[in-house]
Design a binder for this molecule. Structure first.
Ligand SMILES: NC(=O)c1ccc[n+]([C@@H]2O[C@H](COP(=O)([O-])OP(=O)(O)OC[C@H]3O[C@@H](n4cnc5c(N)ncnc54)[C@H](OP(=O)(O)O)[C@@H]3O)[C@@H](O)[C@H]2O)c1
Length: 282
């Protein structure tokens, strides 16, 4: 069922709820920008804020949230464990660092940022431990393919409730989306706007014109109607607002399938299988 407003939540397989629409913070790197950006996003109704150790902005995000005096239970905080600190002990230790930087004693969602062959099962064992210890409410993965999830299932005590992957009209991963739905895993879209690469698409612009919506709004709507949780990032107040105005129109079946057909297998980020093999981004 497609969400009807930005405050709607989705029930995860572990029983917890996650906002159905979120905000990305990659490349927001100074305190002033973080303060103004997050304040705008909060006022517009965004509740899920996505960061990662790798972004080196957990500390400024933590400081912003502290300054805004947002009650912790109203926030949904996601962070991710980087490749170089994977493994059982290292993961436990690195999450302590994230919690400290974010000025909180728990994360709502912790993700393995990329699959890494060498530490594949040990990192997940640490995630299960962190959840049992109450340091994180929900555990998930990022950039996992169906094959990675099948492999994880051979030893996991519990399975990820979220898989955050690159997803936009030029990299639609419909097969992975089907797999995740069948396994009760929520698919989060990172680079939901293709980091702007899709914003010049003439076909989406034409569909947008019909609804009096921008290309960005049509793309986000297409993701929502597919049951995907998008986490667009912007540092421009007018775009932060624009990206939330996606709950007042509907794409029909023809429009949905027209956008589905724009797939070019075009990535803005790394190929997960190579990161899995080499243990690092390239
Ligand atoms: N798990 C992973 O491996 C992974 C990888 C990458 C990203 N992520 C997460 O996903 C989030 C989103 O992905 P992303 O930041 O890579 O890409 P994105 O959200 O697809 O695109 C962000 C870019 O689009 C621009 N933009 C946003 N809204 C716009 C609008 N309405 N009109 C025109 N331009 C617009 C932004 O510019 P301005 O900021 O200048 O407005 C920025 O340059 C990240 O911030 C991060 O939290 C996760």
């Amino acid at each position: 069922m497609t969400l009807t407003n930005i405050a709607d939540t989705i029930k995860l397989a572990d029983g917890n709820k996650i906002p159905g629409f979120g905000f990305g913070t990659y490349l927001i790197s100074d305190q002033e920008s973080m303060d103004t950006t997050i304040k705008t996003a909060w006022d517009e109704g965004y509740r899920l804020f996505d960061t990662a150790m790798l972004y080196r902005n957990e500390d400024i995000l933590g400081e912003t949230l502290h300054r805004l005096e947002i009650p912790r239970q109203e926030l949904y905080l996601t962070s991710k464990v980087a490749e170089e600190v994977q493994g059982y002990d290292q993961t436990l230790k690195s999450v302590e660092g994230s919690l400290k930087r974010l000025q909180t004693d728990y994360l709502d969602l912790l993700l393995i940022h990329w699959p890494v062959r060498e530490h594949f099962f040990d990192t997940w064992r640490a995630f299960e431990q962190l959840k049992a210890d109450g340091k994180v409410k929900s555990i998930g993965v990022s950039n996992y393919t169906a094959a990675h999830l099948d492999l994880l299932a051979t030893k996991a005590k519990e399975m990820p409730v979220v898989d955050q992957v690159e997803y936009h009209p030029y990299l639609n991963q419909l097969a992975l989306l089907d797999y995740n739905k069948q396994h009760n895993i929520v698919t989060e879209a990172w680079s939901p706007l293709g980091r702007r690469a899709v914003l010049g698409d003439p076909m989406i612009a034409k569909i947008g014109k019909h609804h009096d919506k921008s290309v960005a709004q049509v793309i986000l709507r297409w993701e929502l109607q597919h049951g995907i949780l998008p986490i667009p990032k912007s540092q421009h107040p007018e775009r932060i607002v624009e990206n939330t105005k996606v709950f007042d129109f509907t794409l029909d079946e023809d429009e949905m399938s027209t956008i589905d057909l724009l797939n070019k297998y075009q990535r803005t980020g790394n190929e997960p299988e190579i990161v899995y093999e080499t243990g690092k981004q390239y």
